[in-house]
Design a protein. Structure first.
Length: 494
């Protein structure tokens, strides 16, 4: 037996076991070392699995040597390996950043608990992406959600408690809908293995329990991915959580929920069940456009940068949903590519905003006046990532929108091309609000002497800013993986 053979299990087991170890150690530095080692191992395992899938095709790992569908299966294909790389890669970058970031935001006595909850969230998100069992998706979803509620509540602002409670209530409703949907699918198929379930559903397509399961899973997962108008928990959560938490969640949590939706839609129900029998294409198109325009418009009028970019995330999720609504090769490629590109971009933005909050005493537009003069590197990083949100050529965001445009042209929907461009102009407006405050106004007297973001925070953020540019120029990894994943989904594969 080699390590490579057990990487699917170790991908989840290592951060899951490291979490209670940080509690036993109870020391901040020791907990950080354990969390960092676990996250870096997870990143190594994810890249290794992606390479194995590239060489060998879909991997199947039977837990306890019980063959599927009788036992629990971990299944790694193009889509899941791509998501694993995103989640574990972001975690490996955010943790070094977090050590300095949380020193100012979380009491020293509670900092080891931050690492515990962070590892549990990481294990849950990785578990969702790798498991081939429907009920395990729910279990890992609850592990990640419950630990996320605690992470948000650790914010120093008292409103973090309200944000956490709001997310808890809405997240619980979403989880209830998901488990009801899974229960109905089990009732109709007698199996929880996703691949086996997809095969057995072919015999009962169109029955009321199956359609009800589709409805419950759609609403439940849409709550988790903050699809407009089920996004009410997200702005407060991103705004009042600790900076490291906002960065990690913005880059990963909603993206894994998108993965779960894609997995159920295309691998379990099948493309024909979702789009041919039901008006899902039209419904998702309307919700996507509503999110793109309504959330971006709301973002323009925000006075706090964290809240502004939180609403921006809701708008960007609209682009992801728009790609799904096309039900085409280019559309799904755009969805999967934007899932990755937006994760990298928004993770960088919230990490940089953590430095702004540390040095400027807040992230309100009034407080960050003159930021370009006192924190030039941080400010420049935010501008670059803002251009990616707009979709400027040379940034990762442009690649996503290019494939959305191709998908719209493929369907002969020229008016959608216009709407994608119009929504990008809204993004330009809210990014300009930052540029105006940072570069066209003089610093306040109480922030004129602020220094640059600490290097221990700036360097990890700079890695993601660089990735935002790199993946806008070299698309072999992102578009290559996304297009192969899209082809597999449209073929009904796992």
């Amino acid at each position: 037996m080699t390590l490579a053979e057990h990487l699917p299990a170790l991908q989840v087991v290592v951060p899951l076991l490291a979490a209670p170890l940080t509690v036993l150690l109870r020391r901040r530095d020791a907990a950080f070392a354990v969390a960092l080692a676990a996250s870096w191992f997870a990143a190594y395992a994810a890249v290794a699995l992606w390479m194995q899938v590239d060489q060998q095709g879909t991997l199947s790992y039977a837990i306890g040597r019980w063959p599927p569908p009788w036992g629990i299966e971990y299944r790694v294909d193009r889509l899941s390996s791509f998501v694993l790389v995103l989640v574990s890669g972001i975690a490996a970058i955010v943790l070094p950043y977090a050590r300095r970031a949380i020193a100012d935001e979380i009491p020293a006595a509670q900092q080891y608990l931050f690492y515990t909850m962070f590892l549990l969230t990481l294990a849950g998100l990785l578990g969702i992406a790798i498991t081939g069992d429907a009920f395990n998706i729910f279990v890992f979803l609850e592990i990640s959600s419950l630990s996320t509620y605690v992470l948000i509540a650790l914010g120093r602002d008292r409103r973090a408690l309200f944000a956490s409670y709001q997310y808890l209530v809405l997240g619980t409703i979403g989880a209830t809908f998901i488990v009801i949907g899974i229960g109905l699918l089990y009732l109709m198929t007698g199996t929880l293995n996703l691949a086996d379930m997809g095969q057995r559903l072919a015999a009962v397509q169109g029955t009321r329990p199956v359609l009800a399961a589709l409805a419950f899973l759609t609403v439940g997962i849409s709550l988790k991915l903050a699809m407009f108008p089920l996004h009410q928990w997200l702005p407060n959560a991103y705004t009042y959580a600790p900076s490291a938490v906002s960065a990690f969640l913005a880059a990963t949590a909603t993206k894994v929920a998108v993965y779960a939706l894609l997995r159920f839609y295309f691998s379990v129900f099948g493309e024909s069940q979702v789009f041919a029998r039901l008006p899902m294409e039209e419904a998702m198109l309307l919700l996507a456009l509503a999110g793109m325009f309504a959330a971006s418009t709301i973002a323009i009028f925000q006075t706090d940068l964290k809240r502004l970019f939180a609403y921006s995330s809701v708008g960007q999720i609209g682009y992801i949903v728009l790609g799904i609504s096309f039900d085409s090769m280019h559309g799904l490629t755009a969805t999967v590519v934007h899932l990755f590109n937006h994760g990298v971009t928004k993770g960088a933005i919230f990490m940089l905003l953590g430095g702004v909050a540390l040095r400027m005493g807040g992230t309100s537009l009034a407080r960050i006046q003159g930021l370009g003069r006192v924190m030039p590197l941080t400010s420049a990083g935010i501008v670059v990532c803002g251009l990616s949100l707009v979709g400027v050529p040379g940034t990762a965001g442009f690649v996503s929108k290019w494939y959305l445009v191709l998908a719209a042209l493929e369907k002969g929907q020229w008016w959608l091309v216009f709407l994608v461009l119009a929504s990008s102009l809204l993004a330009l407006v809210y990014v300009w609000r930052f540029v105006e405050a940072a570069y066209l106004r003089a610093p306040r007297k109480d922030t004129a002497d602020a220094s640059e973001t600490p290097w221990s925070m700036l360097l990890p953020a700079a890695l993601l800013v660089a990735a935002t540019v790199y993946f806008g120029l070299d698309t072999r990894f992102t578009v290559g993986s996304a297009s192969q994943a899209a082809a597999l989904m449209l073929g009904g594969g796992q």
